[in-house]
Write a new protein. Structure first.
Length: 224
């Protein structure tokens, strides 16, 4: 009898290129604020941390400088840029313009949107209980982005996606400085969802406006 065919050998998992690994490591640390504004990163330290040579480190740092997260200084390293007051004002203003418009356009909200928002709200509650502020910030951002996507304007959705990194960085900063803000964010998201369920476009827009106004004030250091 012919022997049974042997099972194919498992494929080896390919590791991402070295520059991509450095890029992901540094970017995530900046967004999580493990590398805070004003931190000077050296090529040698990063090469050792990721387990690569200095050449891919330089490539990754150049890319991050182009994204506005770092400033390179020859023979010294890369400085993590702090979030400026002007950047905060610009991001909050842009979010207000986009999200108020989007939440109005999302009414009447389809069941798929309401279900997705409910899932994200529940996920955010679980992450908050676990104390993972980085994940809470990601889910927070996903909640708002879901509404923007359902507004039906793809150009607006792409514009909003360009704010992603800035939103995450600011979100973590606010929650670290004001731990009580985590529960307040969840409550305000629940209010937005309730207004959408009720088909109340103006009420949803007011809830978004209040939510972003309070977050903006905290990021600027204006109260609690």
């Amino acid at each position: 009898m012919p022997s049974a065919p042997s099972a194919p050998a498992p494929r080896a998992t390919r590791r991402p290129p070295a520059a991509d690994r450095v890029y992901s490591h540094v970017k995530q640390a900046v967004l999580d604020r493990r590398y805070e504004g004003g931190t000077l990163l050296t090529e040698g330290e990063l090469a050792q941390a990721v387990g690569v040579s200095r050449t891919p480190v330089r490539e990754a740092l150049l890319k991050l400088e182009m994204e506005g997260l770092l400033k390179l200084y020859p023979k010294k390293g890369a400085l993590v840029l702090a979030v400026s007051a002007q950047e905060i004002a610009d991001v909050v203003e842009t979010r207000l313009l986009v999200e108020e418009f989007a939440v109005r356009r999302a009414v009447p909200a389809p069941p798929v949107l309401l279900g997705r928002l409910e899932d994200l709200l529940e996920r955010q509650r679980r992450e908050a209980e676990g104390g993972d502020l980085g994940e809470v910030a990601v889910t927070d951002r996903c909640f708002h982005a879901e509404i923007v996507r359902h507004a039906g304007n793809q150009i607006l959705a792409r514009l909003y996606d360009q704010l992603r990194d800035r939103q995450l960085r600011m979100g973590v900063a606010v929650m670290q400085a004001h731990p009580d803000r985590v529960a307040q964010n969840i409550a305000e998201h629940a209010e937005i969802l309730d207004r959408l369920k009720a088909g109340d476009a103006e009420g949803a827009a007011a809830a978004v406006r209040g939510h972003l106004g309070r977050v903006g004030a905290l990021v600027r250091g204006e109260g609690r």
